[in-house]
Design a protein around this ligand. Structure first.
Ligand SMILES: Nc1ncnc2c1ncn2[C@@H]1O[C@H](COP(=O)(O)OP(=O)(O)O)[C@@H](O)[C@H]1O
Ligand SMILES: Cc1cn([C@H]2C[C@H](O)[C@@H](COP(=O)(O)O)O2)c(=O)[nH]c1=O
Ligand SMILES: [Zn+2]
Length: 194
């Protein structure tokens, strides 16, 4: 079970650091949950920095924006290593679209957490084929807390864990929104997958 850390443990000696992963399909509320946790950390007057991979410019050049247009200011970075340089003296680090970084992200988030920072990552756990989207499985393994959220299947209304790509492209990375992807439960995903 995810237990939100008390913001009162702010003195450096008391800050143990931790890694939290929020995963799920597209439209499952990963970004909303990331924004909610970061917003609450800001209310507690903790220093928060947010990063996203610079390839993800779907909604906004710099902001992290959810599908229902909730947003928070972020810094786009090209490489996971850039986060180490930019996280500086902050206490809470948020990272969205973690699936688009390479394995260097594992080293980076462990270093940050070992420095006493709370690191919260959100990302797709599976790609359009229903295969694990690396490095998310590895991030989930090293995290203290993993939260899996679900969308609603656009075909039957059940809970959805899969992201159905509407186009025939087989490229792993194809940025897009509702025009390109729909949430599906397992049964509907298997029926509709191209
Ligand atoms: N099929 C769907 N299931 C659930 N929410 C959906 C769906 N399609 C659109 N939404 C909207 O998407 C929001 C979640 O957006 P977001 O946090 O950006 O998701 P994610 O980051 O997981 O893609 C929901 O609150 C809802 O308004
Ligand atoms: C399944 C899948 C998705 N993508 C892309 C599509 C979107 O641009 C992002 C996911 O964004 P969200 O915040 O989780 O809605 O990833 C991709 O490139 N490849 C895939 O297999
Ligand atoms: Zn379904």
């Amino acid at each position: 079970m995810f237990i939100e850390p008390s913001p009162n443990t702010r003195r450096p000696a008391e800050r143990k650091g931790q890694i939290e992963v929020i995963c799920g399909s597209m439209f499952s509320g990963k970004t909303e949950e990331l924004i909610r946790r970061l917003h609450r950390a800001r209310i507690a007057k903790l220093k928060v920095e947010i990063f996203k991979p610079s390839i993800d410019k779907r909604y906004h050049e710099s902001d992290v924006v959810s599908h229902n247009e909730n947003s928070i200011r972020s810094t786009p970075v090209q490489f996971a290593g850039d986060i180490l340089l930019l996280a500086g003296n902050c206490e809470v680090v948020g990272i969205d679209e973690a699936q688009f970084f390479d394995f260097e992200l594992l080293r980076v988030v462990q270093l940050l957490a070992n420095q006493g920072k709370r690191v919260i990552l959100a990302g797709l756990d599976m790609d359009f084929e229903g295969k694990p989207f690396e490095p998310m499985p590895q991030l989930m393994a090293i995290a203290e807390y993993v939260t899996k959220v679900h969308a609603i299947c656009m075909k039957c209304g059940d809970l959805a864990a899969f992201s159905l790509r509407l186009s025939a492209s087989k490229d792993k990375v194809v940025l897009g929104e509702k025009e390109s992807y729909e949430a599906r439960c397992r049964k509907c995903f298997l029926e509709d997958k191209k």
